[in-house]
Design a protein around this ligand. Structure first.
Ligand SMILES: [Fe+2]
Ligand SMILES: [Fe+2]
Length: 249
């Protein structure tokens, strides 16, 4: 699988890097629909595959093994972040290890450069949006929740500072803006993401942001500072007409 990363730059002097992005594969042991063919198709269509979390359904190492097996059919570099589902079995470290062994650039507060594009990845967290964001007030449990949200935004900021490339794509699981969760029940909006991520993004020059998690959300939005945001959860309809988004970065 070492050859996957050989095709790390756009072919034929192409200026833009074509990125296929999708989230929420939710690979499960029972009735697992294989992604082999989809990964083969993506390898022909794009230069890099980005996976926006919820790679597994219950965060089991056995599910990660199934995904790693399917990824053998992917011949382009793969960049990924984990999602909340990947933490469910308290085995996120094992899931990470299995996927990294399968040559996946699994980012958790880091950045990597591929084909002159910086990829910055962090899972993100809940907390709500805009002026309705959850504030650090009251019970320790609420403060801990807000602290986690702030910590993810800070980890994103630290990763952004590592980037030297002129073009950057931010890979998240949770949404940084409310626009791309529209379509979900409003009652759960605060559990789908946090504006703190967008505040961080807007301190930098970012070409695009992709996220998942909001299965019933909307494809396109933007941060207050104008960075383009795409909800690439598999279930969200996309202009490509395919489960993955195609972005020229
Ligand atoms: Fe999901
Ligand atoms: Fe999720």
């Amino acid at each position: 699988m070492a050859d996957r990363n050989r095709k790390a730059t756009p072919a034929d002097g192409k200026r833009m890097l074509k990125i296929a992005a999708l989230g929420d594969l939710h690979v499960r042991e029972d009735g697992h629909a294989s992604y082999r063919d989809l990964f083969g198709e993506i390898s022909r269509e794009a230069d890099v595959l980005v996976l926006a979390g919820d790679l597994t359904n219950l965060g089991k190492p056995s599910e990660a093994e199934l995904l790693a097996e399917d990824l053998r059919n992917c011949s382009i570099p793969v960049v990924a972040v984990l999602g909340n589902h990947d933490y469910e079995s308290d085995a996120a470290e094992d899931v990470t290890k299995i996927l990294r062994q399968a040559d996946v650039h699994l980012l958790d507060g880091q950045a990597i450069e591929i084909g002159e594009v910086g990829f910055v990845g962090v899972k993100g967290f809940v907390g709500g949006f805009g002026s309705r964001m959850l504030g650090s007030f009251g019970e320790p449990a609420i403060k801990a929740m807000v602290a986690e949200s702030v910590s993810e935004a800070m980890r994103l900021e630290n990763a952004m500072r590592q980037v030297r490339a002129k073009r950057t794509i931010v890979v998240l699981h949770y949404a940084p803006v409310v626009e791309t969760v529209a379509g979900e029940p409003p009652e759960i909006f605060p559990f789908l993401g946090s504006s703190r991520l967008a505040e961080t993004i807007d301190r930098f020059q970012v070409s695009a942001v992709v996220h998942g998690h909001a299965h019933r959300g909307s494809y396109k939005g933007q941060t207050p500072g104008g960075a383009k945001v795409y909800n690439v959860a598999m279930h969200v309809a996309k202009p490509s007409g395919r489960p993955y988004a195609l972005l020229d970065i």
